[in-house]
Design a protein around this ligand. Structure first.
Ligand code: HAM
Length: 427
C-alpha cells in the first residue's frame, strides 16, 4: 500500500518550529491589544456567494482558486448549498459585523483574527494551499469616523510597530490609492482604451486581464510587458478631490509619526473590494512571493454583501511568510560570522590574530582562518562560515589595503584597514 502524505500545498507544523508560531501570535495579540482590538473567530467555510459578491467574481481568487463544493441537503427542511473554504477573512468579518448588527453600537469595531485560509494556487516557497493569516479590520458607521484617513494611518503605524517588535528588519511599505467607487470605473475605462491598441502585443495572461479585469494588468510581473505597462494611464490622475485629500492626509499622518513608505502607483491588489488606500509590506528575503502582508480600505464591501453603509480598513499578514523571514534572519545571525580572515602564508598568522582582535573589538563576529591553508581551502571554509572573506598577503599587510570578497554577490573590493570594520558591517 502506498503511504499517505499531507496533500500538496499543505504541511504539518512541528515543534520546535511551533514555538516560533506561538511567539508570533502572542506578539500580535499583545501589540493589537494596545490599540484596543478584540479577537473575532469566524467559521472556516462560508456560503460561496459571500466571496463571489465580496471579493469579486472576476478575481483570480474567486474564479480559479477556491475550494468549493455542493453541500447536500440532509433533511427536507434543508436546501443544498454551495459552500467554500474561506480564501481570506475580510468578507467573513464584514458578514459577521452585519449579522450581529455591530454597527448599531455606533462605535468603531476593531477586530483581529488568526487562522488558516485556503487557495488552490501553485505551491512554491512562501505560497501554500492552506496558509495562515493574522489580520485585523476596523469597521463602523460613518458617524463613528470609520472613513477618516486617521484610521488608515493608525493601522499602518500598528503594522510597523508589530514588525519592529517581532524583530523583522528590512521591510518596505508600498502604498497607493485606487480611488473611490466612482473614480475607479473612469480609470478602468481609460485603461481599456489605452490597452485596446496594444494588448495583442502582451502575454496571454495580460490579454485576458485586459478584457476581464484591466486593473490586474498593472501588477503583472511579465518582463516583456513592462514597457507597455509603464506607459498606461496612472490612477493618481483619475482621483476625485475627496480621494486625493484622503490619500494626502494618510501620507501626512505617516510622515508625522515617522513611518517610512514608498508610493507605488501600480499597487492595485487582487481583490475587488478595495477603495482608496491600498498597501503592501514587502521583504526582499522572501524571493518571488515577497508580500509579507497586504491590505487596504473597503468602503463599499458591507453594502456589496447586503449590509448598511460601513466603511472599513484592514490587512492580513501571511504568517507562514513572517516565520520564513524570522527563520532566515535567525540563521544569518546565529550561524554566519561577518568575516573570515584568510592570511596567505603561515608566517602571517600572528598578524591575522591581531587583525581579528581589532575587528572583534569593532563589534564584528570574526572567524580566524589559518595561513597554512591553501587559498582554495580558505575560500571553501570561509563560504561555510561567514558572509565575507578578508584576504591578505605580506604586500597587503605592508600597504594596509586588504581584499574583501562578498560570498553572496561575488563582489570583490579593496578596503583600507581603517575602513574595514565599517565595510564589513555593511550588508
Ligand atoms: P491578500 O493580499 O490576498 O489579502 O493576502 C494577504 C497576505 O496573505 C499576503 O500578503 C500573503 O502574505 C498571505 N498569503 C496570501 N496567499 C498566500 C498563500 N497562498 N500562501 C501563503 N501566504 C499567502 C487578503 O487576504 C485581504 N483579506 C487582506 C485585507 C484585510 N484587506 C483588508 N482587510
Amino acid at each position: 500500500m502506498s503511504t499517505l502524505k499531507a496533500v500538496r500545498g499543505t504541511r504539518d507544523l512541528l515543534p520546535p518550529e511551533t514555538e516560533l508560531w506561538n511567539f508570533v501570535e502572542e506578539t500580535a495579540r499583545r501589540v493589537f491589544a494596545g490599540y484596543n482590538f478584540g479577537e473575532i473567530r469566524t467559521p472556516i467555510f462560508e456560503d460561496t456567494q459571500l466571496f463571489a459578491r465580496g471579493v469579486g467574481e472576476e478575481t483570480d481568487i474567486v474564479s480559479k482558486e477556491m475550494y468549493t463544493w455542493e453541500d447536500r441537503a440532509r433533511a427536507q427542511s434543508e436546501k443544498a448549498q454551495s459552500l467554500t473554504l474561506r480564501p481570506e477573512n475580510t468578507a467573513g468579518v464584514v458578514r459577521a459585523y452585519i449579522e450581529h448588527k455591530l454597527g448599531e453600537t455606533g462605535l468603531l469595531q476593531k477586530l483581529y483574527y488568526i487562522g488558516p485560509q485556503f487557495r488552490r494556487e501553485r505551491p512554491q516557497k512562501g505560497r501554500y494551499r492552506q496558509f495562515w493569516q493574522i489580520g485585523a479590520e476596523v469597521i463602523g458607521p460613518p458617524s463613528a469616523g470609520a472613513e477618516s484617513p486617521l484610521r488608515d494611518a493608525e493601522v499602518l503605524e500598528m503594522l510597523a510597530t508589530f514588525l519592529d517588535e517581532l524583530g523583522i528588519t528590512g521591510w518596505r511599505l508600498e502604498i497607493n490609492s485606487v480611488g473611490s467607487a466612482t473614480d475607479r470605473p473612469r480609470y478602468i475605462a481609460a485603461l481599456r482604451e489605452a490597452l485596446a491598441p496594444v494588448k495583442h502585443l502582451m502575454c496571454e495572461d495580460n490579454q485576458r486581464r485586459a478584457e476581464t479585469n484591466p486593473l490586474r494588468v498593472l501588477d503583472s510581473k511579465d518582463p516583456n510587458d513592462q514597457e507597455i505597462i509603464d506607459k498606461l494611464p496612472k490612477i493618481a490622475d483619475y482621483l476625485d478631490e475627496v480621494s486625493k485629500a484622503h490619500f494626502a492626509a494618510v501620507l501626512a499622518a505617516l510622515d508625522a509619526c515617522g513611518v517610512e513608505y514608498e508610493v507605488n502607483p501600480r499597487l492595485v491588489r487582487g481583490l475587488d473590494y478595495y477603495t482608496r488606500t491600498t498597501f503592501e509590506f514587502t521583504h526582499g528575503g522572501l524571493g518571488a512571493q515577497n508580500a509579507l502582508l497586504g491590505g487596504g480600505r473597503y468602503d463599499g464591501l458591507s453594502e456589496a454583501i447586503g449590509g448598511p453603509k460601513a466603511p472599513g480598513i484592514g490587512f492580513a499578514m501571511g504568517e507562514d511568510r513572517l516565520i520564513l523571514t524570522l527563520e532566515a534572519q535567525a540563521a544569518k545571525q546565529t550561524s554566519f560570522a561577518d568575516a573570515y580572515l584568510a592570511p596567505m602564508g603561515e608566517t602571517l598568522n600572528p598578524a591575522a590574530l591581531e587583525l581579528a582582535r581589532e575587528l572583534r573589538r569593532g563589534g564584528l563576529r570574526v572567524e580566524l582562518g589559518d595561513g597554512a591553508f591553501r587559498l582554495k581551502k580558505s575560500f571553501e571554509m570561509g563560504n561555510k562560515l561567514a558572509r565575507k572573506i578578508v584576504l591578505f598577503g605580506e604586500d597587503e599587510l605592508q600597504s594596509g589595503i586588504l581584499t574583501v570578497k562578498d560570498f553572496a554577490s561575488g563582489e570583490q573590493v579593496k578596503v583600507p584597514r581603517a575602513e574595514l570594520v565599517a565595510a564589513l558591517k555593511q550588508n
